[in-house]
Design a protein around this ligand. Structure first.
Ligand SMILES: C[S@@+](CC[C@H](N)C(=O)[O-])C[C@H]1O[C@@H](n2cnc3c(N)ncnc32)[C@H](O)[C@@H]1O
Length: 256
């Protein structure tokens, strides 16, 4: 039976065998590795991943697709977690986890923030996302794409855009270009905020009003003199600061 793609679950199914092969090749699954796929859908990637790994966890929200997966993979090698990936505790899948998926584009930002919480347990993550989101993830300070998403993810991960995927590779075709992105957790001690929650609050405050200067947006956290003492011009806007600058501001506040 054909599956009617559901917009509310961001369903655009990969249908180009060459692109599927290319994605699985860059993931390079090895037998015995612990891997979870978010949103297996009609199993375009699931099938070749499972063939190489021997065992695979998946998290899927759509009950019709779950029923199909259960019928098609009865052996137990495919471990199906039924429910919302945004609420799923990836920590239960053990350490050294590899996370992959052609992510539902309607929840791409919240899912990235949710996954960042598990960085300590993750070996790497490889995702398909809208190209525009990937460009924001990997953006450098000073560019118009650099924002809260860039800083919060670059704080935890080294990231690289691997290649682009055109709309024609999917059924139904999305309106936008997609890209494959790889995220690898940074070693914890390379760039460490003393208080991760405060770091998140400061970054949110700085980018909350992008057009305003730091002396205004960060007023509740740090005064001009202390910003200057860190070598940061209070007259700058949020997009000029590096991730290291945000860590330095957080640590100055946390140590105060
Ligand atoms: C873009 S499709 C990709 C499907 C398949 N992996 C492929 O490449 O053809 C996104 C998949 O994620 C599932 N999905 C959507 N929202 C989800 C959520 N919150 N939690 C888990 N899965 C979700 C959809 O049902 C769908 O199977």
């Amino acid at each position: 039976m054909t599956h009617q793609a559901r917009k509310r679950f961001g369903q655009n199914f990969l249908s180009d065998p060459n692109i599927i092969r290319k994605i699985v090749d860059v993931i390079a699954p090895q037998p015995g590795q612990r891997m979870v796929e978010i949103g297996p859908g009609l199993a375009a990637m699931t099938d070749p991943l499972l063939a190489r790994l021997g065992r695979l966890d998946v998290v899927e929200i759509d009950r019709d697709l779950i029923a199909r997966l259960k019928d098609n993979y009865p052996s137990g090698d495919l471990v199906i977690h039924e429910g919302d990936a945004l609420k799923f505790d990836f920590g239960t899948l053990g350490p050294d986890l590899r996370i992959v998926g052609n992510l539902p584009y309607n929840i791409s930002t919240p899912i990235l923030f949710h996954l960042a919480e598990f960085a300590d347990q993750v070996r790497d993550m490889t995702f398909m996302l809208q190209k525009e989101v990937v460009m924001r993830m990997v953006a450098d300070p000073g560019s118009s794409e650099y924002g809260r998403l860039s800083v919060m993810l670059q704080y935890r991960f080294r990231m690289g855009r691997l290649f682009d995927v055109p709309p024609g590779a999917f059924r139904p075709a999305p309106k936008v270009m997609s890209s494959i992105v790889r995220l690898v957790p940074r070693p914890a001690d390379t760039l460490e905020a003393k208080d991760a929650r405060l770091f998140g609050k400061i970054v949110t405050a700085a980018f909350g009003q992008r057009r305003k200067t730091l002396r205004n947006t960060l007023r509740d956290y740090i005064d001009e003199a202390r910003l200057s003492a860190l070598g940061i011009d209070p007259g700058l806007r949020a997009e000029r600061l590096s991730v290291a600058d945000y860590v330095a501001i957080t640590n100055a506040c946390a140590g105060a």
